[in-house]
Design a protein around this ligand. Structure first.
Ligand code: GLA
Length: 407
């Protein structure tokens, strides 16, 4: 018997195994539903420090965010000094964090939350602080020693780097450091992370940065972030790549950051329909009641956190009205009517004329075969059944979202 081919196959398998190519290297079992938390960037950029953030941690609890299911508290760019120390370690800026990062992490943990930090795959972060390139294992060990539970990893100053390799290296470094951390890839969807990042991290940004605008953002300092609708329009085609433990990330929430109430409500609902990570980005200490009501609507959050982990798809679009549907566990369904036109529109919808089926999740709904009860998740009222035509006037840039349960 010629054992040479068998030997070659064995050697190739051993090489693939030891290089981590054959098996996933990330910590498994994390983020089985999309992560929920708060991140400092959208409101504070690099203007963060310990007193401000401790106040935010306290507000996270007193405002009801934690009770609503938010868990992570993530520091974005700007937490460190401009240089590493003589041993090559990152240093928390002593002016901003006089008690050091471990003490701050302990504060977050003592309040029952999980702690996250930010860095970058390149040589510098987007705000010019030291990036991780060449220090992956050292940085991962430092984060583990502080008790970090979540790492957001950006893509600035990454010239010459291969995205798959760079993110894979950091993922392995986290694994080697031995502390489970959610790994959030932030390369803005430039290298189609949905195609390769499932074994690497728990979430990956699918687009450039969001700004607080529903339809169109304005240019600021020569740069223009994306609006809620710009981002929404880039999610439908990648829904098949998301699921428990690996999520598309259409960027953090801008709820409470200057949009109108209905726009915030629609933004939040759509992100929940998309099974998006829910990272609030507003000042939790100064939330209006309206903002709080949106961010803590447990019925809408339940769509996001549904254990089936299937993203919504655009079922219908005509004349500014869209219908997004999200299959849920136990054969339930969420249906979201979005009016993205600039005027109110009356929607009249005969369920019986529209059987819904989703090849990806293998679910189908034929309203001639079964009748479903409708629950409006914003008015919190029953809204009849699918036996009757649904009609409602939806204001501009607003949504109605229904949960359908078999009678
Ligand atoms: C990039 C990211 C943002 C934020 C900033 C920080 O723009 O996409 O989410 O982290 O960097 O500098």
């Amino acid at each position: 018997m010629n054992i040479k081919p068998i030997k070659t196959i064995l050697i190739v398998l051993v090489c693939l195994f030891t290089s981590g190519t054959l098996f996933a290297q990330k910590f498994e079992g994390l983020a089985q539903t999309p992560p929920m938390g708060w991140n400092s960037w959208n409101t504070f950029q690099t203007n963060i420090d310990e007193p401000l953030l401790k106040g935010m941690v306290d507000a996270y609890i007193s405002s009801g965010m934690k009770d609503a299911g938010y868990t992570y508290f993530v520091l974005d760019d700007g937490w460190m000094t401009m240089e590493r120390d003589k041993d090559g370690n990152l240093v928390a800026d002593p002016k901003k964090f006089p008690n050091g990062m471990k003490e701050f992490a302990d504060y977050v943990h003592a309040k029952g939350m999980k702690f996250g930090v930010y860095n970058c795959a390149g040589t510098k972060t987007c705000a010019g602080y030291p990036g991780t390139r060449g220090y992956e294992y050292q940085d991962a060990r430092l984060y583990a020693s502080w008790g970090v539970d979540y790492l957001k990893f950006d893509w600035c100053s990454s010239e010459g780097l291969n995205a798959v390799e760079a993110y894979t290296t950091m993922s392995k470094a986290i694994k080697a450091a031995g502390r489970p951390m959610v790994f959030s890839l932030c390369e803005w969807g430039q290298h189609n992370p949905w195609r390769w990042a499932k074994p690497v991290g728990q979430l990956w940004r699918s687009t450039g940065d969001i700004g607080p605008a529903f339809t169109e953002t304005v240019e600021k300092n020569g740069w223009r972030p994306m609006s809620v609708l710009n981002i929404l329009d880039r999610q439908d085609s990648i829904r098949q790549y998301a699921g428990p433990g690996h999520w598309n990330d259409p960027d953090m929430l801008e709820v409470g950051n200057g949009m109108k109430y209905n726009e915030d409500k629609a933004h939040f609902t759509l992100w929940c329909m998309l099974a998006a990570p829910l990272m609030a980005g507003n000042d939790l200490r100064k939330m209006s009641d309206e903002t709080r009501t949106i961010l803590t609507n447990k019925d809408v959050i339940a769509l996001d956190q549904d254990p089936l982990g299937v993203e919504a798809f655009r079922y219908y679009a005509f004349d500014g009205i869209e219908i997004w549907v999200k299959p849920l566990a136990n054969n339930e369904l969420a249906v979201c009517f979005l009016n993205r036109s600039d005027h109110p529109q009356a929607v009249t919808y005969n369920w019986k004329e529209h059987a819904i089926s989703d090849k990806f999740s293998g679910t189908s709904f034929d309203f001639n075969q079964a009748t479903y009860k409708l629950r409006d998740l914003w008015t919190k009222k029953d809204a009849g059944t699918t036996a009757k035509t649904f009609s409602e006037v939806i204001p501009s840039d607003d949504v109605v979202v229904l949960r359908l349960t078999k009678e």
